[in-house]
Design a protein around this ligand. Sequence first.
Ligand SMILES: Nc1nc2c(ncn2[C@@H]2O[C@H](COP(=O)(O)OP(=O)(O)OP(=O)(O)O)[C@@H](O)[C@H]2O)c(=O)[nH]1
Ligand SMILES: [Mg+2]
Length: 182
Amino acid sequence: MVGIVTTAPKIYRLKVIVAGESCVGKSAIAQVLAGNASNFPKAYSMTPGIELHQKSFTVAPQVSVELLLVDASGNILYDWLVMKSLPKDAILCLVFDMTNRSSFDKMAQWATRIQPFLAKGMPGLILGNKSDLSSRRMVSESVARDFAQQHQLLYFECSAKANTDLQDSFKALAAEWYQRTK
Ligand SMILES: Nc1nc2c(ncn2[C@@H]2O[C@H](COP(=O)(O)OP(=O)(O)OP(=O)(O)O)[C@@H](O)[C@H]2O)c(=O)[nH]1
Ligand SMILES: [Mg+2]
């Protein structure tokens, strides 16, 4: 008789706080990633506080990481709510709009404010969004990449509108987390 040994799939759950200035596309990223391209919000609607979305990635045979995306408002009015809601075991995804220089310049402030709340030694991600508008780019890839390296974060450029490089960037984040911690 031939015995078949099966192992139960492992599922890890990981919270990702998606932060950055207003209008950079955090909600668009979270919605498109969690659903499909038809979820892209064409008209801007400010996130009041936080919203949650979920997306799973297979990072190894029989191993998946389920990301709970905590989409935080970039509006200063909701700053206190965002900070109060930061889960202690979350990791960071900072977003800027590559056509808006000041959204990049504020990244250091976001990183400084949020990182003390998060566990040390965890991976994180910086996303330069709106790559479909790269002809209007105001932040060079090398400057953004250097910034990410200084903060020991992964760097990707993406477009929520075109749904390009979103899946790859969050999959890389999930895989990096799995490699470092498991
Ligand atoms: N061209 C282009 N527009 C985008 C992209 N992502 C988002 N947008 C647009 O940018 C605007 C802001 O997007 P949101 O996702 O609401 O921005 P947010 O960062 O969640 O803003 P807050 O909730 O105020 O913090 C909307 O009009 C979107 O349609 C993108 O990849 N390309
Ligand atoms: Mg939003």
